[in-house]
Design a binder for this molecule. Sequence first.
Ligand SMILES: [Fe+2]
Length: 175
Amino acid sequence: MTLHRKYGSDERIIIHCETVTKVAKILADAMLKEGKEVDVKAVLAGAMLHDIGRSRVHSVRHGLEGANIVEGEGVEMKVVEIVRKHVGAGISREEARALQLPDLDYIPATLEEMIVCFSDKMVDADRVRPFEAEVHRFTVKGHDVSRLVALKRRLQQELGEDPEKVIFDKVKETQ
Ligand SMILES: [Fe+2]
C-alpha cells in the first residue's frame, strides 16, 4: 500500500489489487492444503502490486513498468517477476518483440506467477466474475484464448480441482 501511495495509483486500481489479492490468497491456501510448495507471501505481495505500473501507463506495458517500479524499490525478484508476467494470460517472446517490449518471455510459469495472473483474470474491477466472462473478453479482443484456458488447466492440475470452483465456493462462504 505504501508503494501504491508513493506512485500515485488510482483508488480503483488499489481496490482492484486488494480484490485480486483476496482471490490469490484463496488459491494459495488451497495449494498449501494440497501439499504444494507455494510462497504465499510472494503471491500476496505480487497480487497487491500487480497493477502498480498503471500509475504510469495503462497499455500492455504496465506489467513491465510495474516490474521496474518494484525492482527499483528493492522488492524481491520473485515478486518482480509476478508483476511482469501478469498481463493477459502472458506474452510470448515473439509477441513481446512485436509489441516493442524488451526481448523477454512474459508467460507466467511458477505457481506464484500463475496464481496471480489467473486471479487477476477472475476479477473485473472489484468483482469476482466467472472464468467464461474472461474467455468472452479474450475472444472479442482477439487474444489467444487457448493460452488462457491452458493457464486454468495448469492450475487445475496442481490443485486437483477446478480453481474457479475453489474461488467461488470460498467467496460464497465469506458473504
Ligand atoms: Fe494488469
